[in-house]
Design a protein around this ligand. Structure first.
Ligand code: SF4
Length: 439
């Protein structure tokens, strides 16, 4: 029977030869990730249901990452990280990426960073496997040909105790992206285009599979940007077939063997859409919804108060490289906040060069605020002392993934989601700006 890539992954994880969309199956979990916001709740349910002295199902398949509210004086937020640390010690969890020293709002050298990017950098995102995380953007890892999706604390607690979960097999919507990517577009434009087309509920409980020559030519980081935001269309998960680019990225990051799956040619998709990317233009998602799409050039009269470049969606090193290319030799007109997703990205900002200057030099020369230590920072608002948080009803162009009211802090603030190019161009003019003005 013809199957999609995700159906094949789920069939393997359930020990079946075939599965069909809508079928409920028990699957074995390869990796469970939780962080400081949902970890304490998950641990509490695990202890209540499995017993105070219960042991997790596999100490090597759990990844604990404090990343959301880590550089704050907020006592409750700090306590959440302490609970993760205590649990990691009690259970001898192999992968606990501790922040340890938050007294000076800097990460220790061993810290990793925002969970979704850290998972990839540390080799936990392997083709053909099943990854669950207590975070909706766990779908990011679909870029590696993995079945990866967000779950709630109760499901996560059940996995902690058993290593299994009951799932309904999602139907697959395929998105074929063809054509050579214009140099003014980034993956963020493509996913905002798609979400604008199908709406924030257009892929509810379905797999969004991305294929086509444009995707095949993308770097892993750009593929991650596509998959990261499928949840903004309601998608259960996003997925891209693993290829040489994937294998190269994983080299040296994992020594585990994995199996990559491909969608059969004669499979029946729930829907099948094609895009010619050469015909697309830079877009933004206007307040207050990721599907409120508009061409960036049509928003040129929107005066902005700040720009934010960061998060698991837009805080990878390639995102900063794109922003730096545009900013080099220019001056920003509004406060511009830079939050690297991981410690590795932070370090790369000070070593990776473009045109003879490090990215951090380019940003500081352009008048940006000095890069912060890696964390989710203002992507999710957070406590009042969070770096970059919108504490006033300001207008912000952001490379993050959500612009619901209050998402980045103040409920009256307005967030325009954009690519790193568009964010950089907007920083240079103080208005929402199509990056082609600087190319
Ligand atoms: S960076 Fe933002 S979207 Fe990503 S995990 Fe953190 S809060 Fe969530």
């Amino acid at each position: 029977m013809a199957m999609t890539m995700v159906e094949k992954i789920l069939a393997k994880a359930s020990g079946k030869s075939t599965v069909t969309p809508g079928e409920n199956i028990w699957i074995d979990v390869d990796v469970l990730m939780t962080h400081d916001v949902c970890g304490p709740g998950t641990i509490g349910i695990f202890k209540k249901e499995f017993g105070e002295n219960a042991k997790v199902w596999d100490r090597e398949k759990i990844v604990l990452i404090p990343d959301h509210y880590i550089f704050t004086a907020d006592k409750r937020a700090n306590r959440n990280v302490d609970i993760l640390r205590d649990f990691a010690q009690e259970q001898n969890i192999k992968y606990f990426y501790d922040i340890i020293d938050r007294s000076n709002f800097k990460a220790n050298p061993d810290y990793k960073g925002v969970c979704h990017v850290a998972l990839a950098q540390e080799g936990h995102t392997r083709p053909g496997e099943v990854l669950f995380g207590t975070d909706s953007h766990t779908c990011n890892a679909g870029a590696f040909g993995q079945f990866a999706t967000g779950i709630g604390n109760t499901d996560a607690a059940f996995i902690l105790g058993t290593g299994k979960l009951l799932v309904k097999v999602p139907a697959t919507m395929r998105f074929v992206l063809n054509g050579e990517m214009p140099d003014y577009l980034l993956a963020k434009d493509l996913i905002l285009q798609i979400i604008g087309d199908i709406s924030v509920s257009g892929a509810t409980y379905r797999t969004m599979e991305f294929a086509g020559e444009t995707v095949e030519q993308m770097t892993m980081e750009e593929r991650m940007t596509l998959c990261n935001m499928v949840i903004e269309a309601g998608g259960k998960n996003g997925v891209i077939a693993a290829d040489e680019t994937t294998f190269k990225y994983l080299q040296g990051r994992t020594d585990k063997t994995f199996e990559s799956f491909h969608t059969d040619e004669n499979v029946a998709f729930y829907s099948d859409r094609s895009y010619d990317v050469t015909k697309l233009e830079p877009v933004v998602a206007k307040p207050h919804s990721p599907d409120n799409r508009e061409l960036a050039r049509n928003c040129r009269d929107v005066k902005i108060d700040r720009v934010y470049i960061g998060s698991c969606t837009g805080g990878k090193i390639s995102d900063f490289l794109h922003a730096a290319k545009l900013m080099k030799g220019h001056q920003v007109k509004v406060p511009t906040y830079l939050v690297p997703a991981t410690q590795k990205v932070y370090e790369d900002l000070f070593s990776l060069k473009h045109d003879g200057k490090t990215l951090s030099e380019i940003f500081l020369d352009a008048g940006c605020i000095e890069p912060a230590a890696p964390s989710c920072a203002a992507c999710l608002g957070g406590p009042k002392d969070t770096f970059g948080r919108l504490n006033e009803p300001e207008i912000c162009v952001s490379t993050t993934n959500r612009n619901f009211p209050g998402r980045m802090g103040n409920k009256q603030a307005q967030v325009y989601l954009a690519s790193p190019y568009t964010a950089a161009a907007s920083a240079l003019t103080g208005y929402v700006t199509d990056p082609r003005e600087f190319m």
